[in-house]
Ligand binder design. Structure first.
Ligand code: NAD
Ligand code: MG
Length: 387
């Protein structure tokens, strides 16, 4: 029986993870759940999964959550960053699923590693911001770090039995998102509702916009650099609109090993939670005859310039990836609020990165400061544009 702390339980990944827990009650138990402000959903999850601890964003949401729970509910409610850390480090938790969105995942994830917890990581922003620190701590504490992102789960699975020997390169597949074939001239009129409608995957709002700009793929390139200790020249992106091949490893002899499946995060989540065992999920395999053809193309960097920004940030390293990430979070939020056009996302991140006096080797304090600085800078650039 594996005892889980699920950070970001009310999100797209969190909800799917709980479906897996419900399907395999003899294998998993929920010890802690966290959410930001969706207390109505969290209350239902608490009643169903009876965690020992629940954490929310602030004292007001803690109060609201308490009011929604039956008096008999034996759950301790905590809040704020300290509360998230408590959920991530609970004594009887074996594995922490990091499924918060954005930079908020960083500190609780690091705390979980320090506490010796195994990690299943969906929250790629943590590795983008502080990959060097995360991997150092993982090695130092000897904990297991399982990728949940489908591409990285695919790479992990394609490396099985080969270790780190004889790899030529990693090919990360990208669906291309909803605007793969949209005329570039029309990009400036794209509305949030269209950008949120991903052709293959159903995901949270922020990652859906990241997929539409292909920043998601850029973040994944940085994520892969850390998870698989690969330099950036050997991490390539290939557009594969059917999203059947989730990523591939090219070996030195030209052999390519790929992992395939229907586009459903359930597979990657279950694999991360139960590795080295595979769970009997009721997920169908792809119907290849029905699919007919798998297609591939190079990413179009004129349409999707954010991908280059990620390579630039990743190659420079230090605090720049945290700046990339923070400016992206701010620009995406402004686009969702209709304060910034779709084509305004790239320039905000680009200009914020240009203004940053980076440190090539950064400690956690410097990374958190760079995140704060980049948010402020990106916001002031957006405000200036609104005037
Ligand atoms: P989501 O928006 O659906 O859910 C996010 C969760 O985090 C919610 O429970 C929310 O309450 C919580 N949260 C949000 N902001 C928070 C904050 N400031 N402090 C504390 N908690 C906060 O997001 P999602 O789509 O489930 O994605 C979660 C993470 O997984 C992201 O990093 C994303 O990139 C990654 N990921 C998601 C998918 C997917 O299919 N959804 C696939 C691969 C990777
Ligand atoms: Mg992914």
């Amino acid at each position: 029986m594996k005892s889980l702390s699920i950070l970001g339980a009310t999100g797209s990944i969190g909800v799917k993870a709980l479906e897996i827990v419900r399907q395999f009650p003899q294998r998993f138990r929920v010890n802690a759940l966290t959410a930001k402000t969706n207390v109505a959903q969290l209350a239902k999850q608490i009643v169903q999964f009876t965690p020992r601890l629940a954490a929310v964003y602030d004292v007001e949401h803690a109060r609201q959550l308490k009011a929604l729970l039956p008096l008999t509910a034996a759950v301790e409610i905590v809040y704020g960053e300290a509360g998230y850390i408590e959920a991530a480090t609970c004594e009887d938790t074996d594995m922490v699923l990091g499924a918060m969105v954005g930079s908020a995942g960083l500190v609780p994830t690091l705390a979980a590693i320090d506490a010796g917890k195994d990690i299943a990581l969906a929250n790629k922003e943590t590795l983008v911001m502080a990959g060097a620190i995360v991997m150092q701590k993982v090695a130092g504490r000897g904990v297991k770090l399982m990728p949940i992102d489908s591409e990285h789960s695919a790479i992990f699975q394609s490396l099985a039995g080969h270790g780190h020997n004889g790899i030529r390169e990693i090919l990360i597949t990208a669906s291309g998102g909803p605007f793969l074939h949209r005329q570039l001239a029309e990009f400036s009129t794209i509305k949030p509702q269209e950008a949120l409608r991903h052709p293959n995957w159903s995901m949270g709002r922020k990652i859906s916009i990241d997929s539409a700009t292909m920043m998601n793929k850029g973040l994944e390139v940085i994520e892969a650099r850390w998870l698989f200790d690969m330099d950036f020249q050997r991490i390539k992106v290939v557009v594969h609109p059917e999203s059947i091949i989730h990523s591939m490893v090219v070996y030195e002899d030209g052999a390519v090993i790929a992992q395939m499946g229907v586009p459903d995060m359930k597979g990657a989540i279950a694999y991360g939670l139960s590795h080295p065992q595979r769970l009997p999920l009721h997920v169908p395999a792809p119907d290849f005859a029905q699919i007919g053809q798998l297609s591939f193309e190079d990413p179009d960097l004129e349409r999707f310039p954010c991908l280059n920004l990620a390579y630039r940030a990743g190659e420079q390293g230090g605090t720049l990836p945290a700046v990339l990430n923070a400016a992206n979070e701010v620009a995406v939020a402004a686009f969702l609020d209709e304060r910034l056009p779709f084509t305004g996302i790239f320039p905000i991140i680009d200009r914020t990165m240009d203004r940053h006096c980076g440190k090539n080797c950064a400690d956690l304090g410097q990374i958190i400061e760079a995140d704060r600085w980049a948010r402020e800078t990106a916001l002031s650039l957006i405000r200036r544009q609104e005037r």
